[in-house]
Write a protein that binds this ligand. Sequence first.
Ligand SMILES: NC(=O)c1ccc[n+]([C@@H]2O[C@H](COP(=O)([O-])OP(=O)(O)OC[C@H]3O[C@@H](n4cnc5c(N)ncnc54)[C@H](O)[C@@H]3O)[C@@H](O)[C@H]2O)c1
Length: 227
Amino acid sequence: MSFKGKIVAVTGAAGGIGQSVCRYFAGEGAAIAAIDKNASVKSFASELKHEGMKIAYAVADVGDAEAVKKAVAHLAAELGPVDILINNAGFSDHPTLMQTDPKGWQADMNGNLNGAYNCAYAVLPSMQQRRSGSIIAVGSVNGLSALGDPAYSAAKAGMISLTKSLALEYGRYGIRSNIVLPATVRTPLWASRTAKRLPRFRCGGRGDGRGTPGRLRADGRQYRHGA
Ligand SMILES: NC(=O)c1ccc[n+]([C@@H]2O[C@H](COP(=O)([O-])OP(=O)(O)OC[C@H]3O[C@@H](n4cnc5c(N)ncnc54)[C@H](O)[C@@H]3O)[C@@H](O)[C@H]2O)c1
């Protein structure tokens, strides 16, 4: 599957799944527009550049719509307009409802759900103009079931709905919208928690699903939309 000439924006690019997804698309010839709130995205971008891959980065919190707008404009000026957006940034800080105070609820909703909306909002006008594009959300099985982390789960459920709304409104412009719902993947997000909570369970490695966004985007899969 080649993504030569495509510009792929990946949010949460400095994290476990984000790094794997960036490497996957860059390895298939894409130029990567890496976005993360953590400044370590800079050293990750240098690492990939050093390996001969094409990548530019921006440090931005996806929950901040203005910061996202600036980051997307900066990356588009450097690489070109975004063809594929992977809404991967996410986190979970509050394991139970009682530990989730109203401020925590808002923070989890903002970083997970609003962030996905902000990024889609920033790239859609150019995609619509070009009548082409793909937006892929990294949701979670938490979005389908109650597995703890209620604010995170509600945000991930919201991402499923957002994915379907994007598909409904933008399919006519040749823009596809899909979501992947990973189960547990051993990344920095989970490393300490799996040791405590899932002692006998084999969770996925961070590379296990990295090709999934690519398969959803593949030109042979044009029929897959809103899924
Ligand atoms: N690891 C799992 O078990 C698992 C399971 C299902 C879904 N997911 C989802 O996969 C995605 C990636 O998770 P991961 O396991 O790689 O976690 P991770 O903690 O390794 O990486 C997440 C990255 O996102 C960045 N980030 C978080 N909030 C941000 C924000 N508001 N703005 C910009 N960057 C932000 C972090 O700085 C980090 O680099 C998340 O959306 C997560 O919910 C993970």
